[in-house]
Design a protein around this ligand. Structure first.
Ligand code: BGC
Ligand code: BGC
Length: 611
């Protein structure tokens, strides 16, 4: 009896345990299900739209507005503001980096910001102007500025240069560049002419698309891709008189025909972000233009990424900053690039939403677009820098690509009696002009600092050094800046050009050579020895009167750190292929015609000699 009782007892205990454990499993299962559901946005196997929708519904208004804010790093009042205000992005403005400018310090700095950001749930996206290489970072390879890249007509090469740039960015922990600039510069008085590939919309759109492909590859999620930004939307290169941040006075069909193709092809190439232009169209600031940003860019062109303002671009709409914020966000700006006013921007936009002046649907659209790019880039899975690309930074493989860009960008404008190529055995060569031994000047603006600078600002090869490296041991190279004793030489290579500048700092009325450069050419030409003139500049200069004094003239643009590419052309290791990406005007009256109806320029669009 007891045995039976015991057996029954054991059986019921067993059944009970089984029942309870099944219950527990069921309970766990539902817990587990609700858990997956809770973190759906963290599940990388989910489609981006699902992740975006899942995260968006969890965000507070403060988190959303934080995501719509990009603060220039040197304006952060306290680093903890990154997480306290849920900032979506930080940027380095021109020249703003770690106190000791080394690639490894950049990565550490940006990883530090990311770590602070990850006190809340959304990673930062860090942006920089990597316009011709990762140009703020000491030791980065500096490529020719866009005007020269346009002269190569080589889309494969533009793509390779952008690829190399993306590797140098990732080596410093930076996933987003404010490039390519797809401005169509129509008037060379404009200080940003060198950021423009060409005066020709078709060439700009080809080059811009090639750059986007090089930066982003087929997919920004690729670990070796970075995020590109087509800028500045739009009409920035068409302002009256070439005034920077000025007014573009065109009919809509002219505006579209000249300034839109670059965006159409960048979007086709998958560009993930677009930056708005400071300029106005027929008196309306682009940052407030809902028709162009929302209806045209996001609607008609189907742009699915996000739109970032230019540096304090919203503040520049009008004197009433509150109204400017309302207008810009309602116009379709998704992320504001802000400096000292970031807390004001955040509290004001919050107020505007609470008062119903900016609809919640607009905020949700902006945040969804920003989150989409962050998910697509893989920032939730891989928020920190990776050291795997650091060995390629500033290395010989990238320098070789840049040197090839230099060779192919150079345009041979004149070559009387086949003065070029020079023989490597020429007994005596005079090198004149301060630009010959000036690495900073050959890189131009947006190099190490915003405006750029003269001298040994980074690693690279000056034109003088490149010539010394090129010639045979029997050749004497004399560097004589002012060309005072040139009569004793067989040939003089005179390197002249523009000092470095950026943006409004480069708006120029005269476009002539400096008095010193003109003096040198004059000085040497009196001796009767042949002159090879190398022009380092961000745009064509008015050299009509000077050309007759020179046997050969070479436009080298702003070649960057690889001066050896210039020597390759001068000494015939490369037979020039570069073709002008814009006309070279004879005088200022031709400049003001903005390339339309210019009859008989000094050199035509597409001009370029060979040996
Ligand atoms: C320029 C942009 C640049 C931004 C961030 C602005 O002044 O217009 O081209 O991307 O600054 O440095
Ligand atoms: C920054 C640039 C920025 C400019 C705007 C400079 O101080 O370094 O990145 O484009 O301001 O005016």
């Amino acid at each position: 009896m007891t045995t039976l009782k015991n057996t029954l007892c054991i059986i019921s205990l067993f059944l009970m345990t089984f029942f309870l454990s099944t219950c527990k499993k069921e309970k766990d299962k539902s817990l587990y299900l609700s858990h997956i559901d809770e973190f759906l946005y963290l599940d990388k196997t989910q489609p981006t739209e699902v992740r975006v929708a899942d995260l968006l519904k969890r965000l507070t208004l403060a988190e959303k507005i934080g995501q719509m804010t990009q603060v220039a790093r040197d304006y952060l009042v306290s680093e903890s503001d990154i997480s306290d205000y849920y900032l979506g992005s930080l940027l380095s403005g021109g020249g703003s980096g770690p106190s000791v400018n080394l690639a490894s310090n950049w990565a550490t700095m940006i990883d530090g910001y990311q770590q602070t950001a990850l006190a809340h749930r959304i990673p930062l996206i860090y942006g920089i102007d990597a316009l011709h290489g990762n140009n703020n970072v000491y030791g980065a390879v500096i490529f020719p500025h866009n005007i020269g890249m346009g002269c190569t007509r080589n889309m494969q090469l533009i793509e390779s240069a952008a690829r190399a740039t993306s590797e140098e960015m990732l080596a410093t922990g930076i996933p987003w560049t404010f490039a390519p600039c797809v401005a169509v510069a129509r008037n060379i008085h404009w200080g940003r002419t060198y950021e423009s590939y060409s005066e020709n919309p078709e060439l700009v759109s080809q080059c811009g698309a090639a750059a986007v492909k090089g930066l982003q590859q087929d997919n920004i999620g690729n670990p070796t891709s970075v995020i590109a930004c087509a800028k500045h939307f739009f009409g920035d290169g068409g302002t009256t008189n070439g005034v920077n941040e000025g007014n573009t006075e065109l009919t809509e069909s002219q505006l579209r025909a000249i300034h839109l193709p670059g965006y159409i092809s960048a979007i086709q190439a998958g560009v993930a972000t677009v930056m708005v232009s400071y300029s106005s169209w027929n008196g309306t600031k682009m940052h407030a233009n809902k028709y162009l940003i929302t209806d045209l860019l996001k609607g008609e062109l189907g742009f699915k990424g996000f739109v970032v303002s230019d540096w304090d671009g919203i503040k520049k709409i009008n004197t009433d900053y509150t109204l400017s914020i309302e207008q810009a966000i309602n116009a379709g700006v998704d992320m504001a690039m802000v400096t000292d006013s970031y807390k004001f921007y955040i509290s004001t936009l919050t107020d505007l939403v609470n008062k119903g002046k900016v609809p919640m649907s607009r905020i949700d659209d902006a945040v969804s677009r920003i989150l989409k790019v962050k998910f697509d880039k893989g920032l939730f899975e891989t928020p920190y820098s990776s050291s795997s690309l650091s060995s390629s930074f500033g290395g010989s493989a990238h320098r070789e690509i840049a040197r090839e860009c230099v060779r192919q960008s150079i345009v041979l404008l004149k070559n009387e009696s086949s003065e070029l190529p020079l023989s490597k055995n020429t007994p005596k060569i005079k090198i004149c002009g301060k630009m010959a031994s000036n690495l900073g000047a050959q890189c131009g603006g947006w190099t190490i600092t915003w405006q750029g600078n003269h001298g040994n600002i980074t690693n690279g090869t000056t034109i003088l050094q490149a010539i010394k490296d090129k010639v045979s041991s029997s050749t004497t190279i004399q560097y004589d800046t002012l060309g005072n004793s040139a009569q004793q030489a067989d040939v003089a290579v005179i390197v002249v050009g523009e000092k470095p500048y950026a943006e409004t700092g480069g708006d120029s009325l005269s476009l002539s050579l400096s008095a010193e450069d003109a003096f040198i050419i004059n000085n040497v030409s009196k001796t009767g020895i042949p002159i090879v003139l190398v022009v380092i500049s961000g745009r064509p200069l008015i050299i009509t009167e000077i050309i007759p004094n020179c046997s050969a003239v070479v436009a080298a643009w702003l070649p960057g750190t690889e001066g050896s590419g210039v020597a390759d052309v001068l000494f015939g290791d490369y037979n020039p292929t570069g073709k002008l990406s814009r006309i070279w005007p004879r005088d200022l009256s031709q400049v003001d015609k903005c390339n339309d109806n210019v009859v008989d320029p000094l050199f035509n669009y597409g001009f370029g000699l060979k040996y």
